[in-house]
Design a protein around this ligand. Structure first.
Ligand code: A2P
Length: 335
């Protein structure tokens, strides 16, 4: 297969290369790492080789089978359709196409079956959901199937890796007591601080990240689910954490909730308060699972559950989810 990774020199792009290597390996006959003009001449490491970075124009002319995009919404809006017209299947990690009614928004374990209903033989665009939405949808899906989720109140504690390389640099520089090298990712200090803002503010007073949780959860799971969110950036690099309060139409038994989650693909339950076991980003980092714990009844409302959901936002929240979509479209040949 010929695969382009657009944004290959970036935070998510680098993890996409790693996950492609781990999961598809030698099936990738040609890799086209794509970045901006300033990166032409650089190389990225893939399968033990240094592969030169190319520009978008060169990559689209190569007509790759698959193009994984993670180079920002502007690049996706302009270039994803050009790759699709050239016959490539684009899996886009930006927010550019997620709410387009003609585009699928896929978490393979939750709604991957929708892929079979569309013809991608001449190319197309598939959207990869927002990192915070993916891990929440993963935890809600098995519970929605059993008890019908009516309303969700979520507060996120998001890793700086979700903002890209500049943000990680800012955190490291501030942590080391240095002047921040280059452009700052956040207007305020992030080390030793908590910023109640992820992405831009919208006219309704919410941030775009908060509204992504509302819009995308509806599209992936069920538009009848009402969601309200507060998205917060914390000085952490390992993954995103979420406090999720879920109101169901039907009552539940906590042990059954635990069983449903434990049986769901891609979920690991870590819930043993007596032994201080609960999910945390330090443990989730580098892993593909979504970790769920602190399962407890919300004693202030009927049929309502509190849970704590953690995942590596660069892996399941971005690169792994995208590569899983690719695997579903291009299943490995049967040995
Ligand atoms: P470059 O490294 O050349 O700037 P991050 O989210 O970690 O900041 O990474 C963003 C990724 O998107 C990088 O690989 C970056 O390349 C790439 N990128 C940004 N703008 C463009 C563009 N206009 N065309 C192609 N790639 C781009």
């Amino acid at each position: 297969m010929k695969i382009a990774v657009v944004g290959a020199t970036g935070m998510v792009g680098g993890v996409m290369l790693q996950v492609l290597e781990e999961r598809m390996g030698r099936r990738v006959g040609t890799l086209l790492p794509v970045a901006s003009a300033r990166s032409i001449g650089k190389t990225v490491r893939f399968m033990g080789r240094e592969v030169p970075v190319v520009g978008l124009e060169e990559a689209v002319h190569a007509r790759p089978d698959l193009a994984l995009f993670s180079a920002g919404g502007g690049t996706s809006l302009e270039w994803a359709p050009r790759f699709a017209e050239a016959g490539s299947i684009v899996i886009d990690n930006s927010s550019a196409w997620r709410m387009d009614p003609d585009k699928l928004l896929i978490v393979p374990e939750v709604n991957g079956h929708l892929l079979a209903g569309k013809d991608f033989s001449k190319g197309g665009i598939i959207a990869n959901p927002n990192c915070s939405t993916i891990q929440m949808a993963m935890a809600l899906a098995p519970l929605h199937a059993r008890y019908t989720v009516q309303r969700v109140v979520v507060s996120t504690y998001q890793s700086v890796t979700g903002t890209g390389m500049k943000a990680v640099q800012q955190l490291h520089d501030e942590r080391g007591g240095k002047e921040v090298a280059g452009e700052r990712a956040y207007p305020f200090r992030i080390e030793g601080n908590v910023l109640a803002r992820c992405d831009v503010f919208l006219d309704n007073g919410y941030t775009k990240e908060e509204m992504k949780l509302v819009w995308e959860t509806g599209k992936i799971l069920d538009p009848a689910i009402r969601v309200t969110a507060t998205a917060v950036r914390v000085p952490v690099t390992g993954g995103h954490s979420e406090a999720v309060n879920v109101q169901f139409a039907r009552d539940f038994h906590l042990h059954e909730v635990q069983e449903l989650l434990a049986a769901a693909p891609g979920i690991v339950v870590e819930d043993d308060p007596a032994n201080d076991v609960y999910p945390m980003p330090l443990h989730a980092q580098g892993k593909d699972a979504v970790f769920v714990g602190r399962l407890r009844r919300d004693e202030s409302l009927p049929n309502t559950l509190n849970m704590w959901v953690v995942a590596d936002n660069l892996r399941k929240g971005a690169a792994t989810n995208a590569v899983q979509i690719a695997e579903a479209l291009f299943p490995p040949p049967v040995a």
